[in-house]
Design a protein. Structure first.
Length: 258
């Protein structure tokens, strides 16, 4: 009887600790979201560099604009400007707090707008190591969470480390491990685990700077551990509060950008 009581107490304590980890993970995710809210709209340029395993590189020039949407996910429009083979390609995302994101790709060579189906969101975005599901805003409601630990990260920073599990059944990931610093809730590293549970990719964010009160990393680096390929994005000339409105993100507007 005594042994049985000990097992019951241990089980209760274990379940309580597991629940606390879930609650703490969710709370950290909410803090990250809150720290990154209130910017209204933004425009930014970027150099996207695709690297093969042999070191060969392709550089693309892009422009991106985003707008916050009250009560739902953000809207983002990405325009490819160079080189010639991708010039005029436009990608539009309506992130959703619940349900599947809406995503479209305008291909100038075909002169048509292609909808990205939810079953294809795990595929590579324009040949890069980013998947379509990576090119969307972070929405707390799209995941469940579990807190793991505190750990060192970045330049002598201490990070909260937690797991988040996509609720989207079509996601290419079973889980993601996120490192966010305790000081400002900035994400420094995300480890992506594929449907087999293997560590597929790692995203690192470097050189944070504060722009109009909002922290932004000026360089992202996504490494694919399976293919040994990588994609870096260097962000430039970021501006907030530029007066964008929802009409700038209409599906019909995608063909304007050439």
């Amino acid at each position: 009887m005594k042994r049985l009581m000990i097992l019951i107490v241990v089980s209760i304590l274990s379940n309580g600790a597991a629940w606390a980890d879930v609650e703490k993970g969710l709370e950290i995710a909410k803090q990250i979201d809150q720290a990154n809210s209130g910017w209204k709209d933004q425009q930014v340029s970027a150099l996207m560099t695709l690297r093969k395993a042999n070191g060969k590189e392709v550089v693309r020039h892009i422009k991106s604009r985003s707008i916050e949407v009250l009560g739902d996910g953000d809207k983002t429009l990405v325009v490819f400007e160079k080189p010639r083979d991708v010039k005029g390609t436009v990608f539009l995302t309506y992130a959703r707090k619940k349900g599947n994101d809406d995503q479209w790709l305008f291909l100038p060579a075909l002169k048509r707008i292609k909808r990205i189906s939810s079953s294809n969101r795990s595929g590579p975005f324009m040949g890069s190591e980013f998947a379509y599901e990576d090119i969307t805003s972070f929405e707390v409601e799209r995941y469940t969470y579990r807190y793991i630990r505190e750990d060192r990260c970045g330049d002598n920073l201490v990070c909260h480390v937690f797991e988040r599990y996509p609720l989207d059944k079509n996601s290419g990931y079973t889980k993601q491990i996120v490192y966010a610093d305790k000081a400002h809730y900035r994400i420094h590293l995300i480890e992506y685990y594929d449907r087999k549970g293997d560590h597929l990719k790692t995203l690192t964010r470097h050189n944070y700077e504060k722009i109009d009160g909002f922290w932004r990393a000026s360089r992202w680096e996504m490494v694919n551990h399976l293919t040994k390929k990588s994609t870096s994005v260097v962000w430039q000339n970021r501006q907030f509060g530029t007066g964008l409105h929802k009409g700038d993100f209409a599906k019909s507007a995608m063909k304007r950008y050439k």
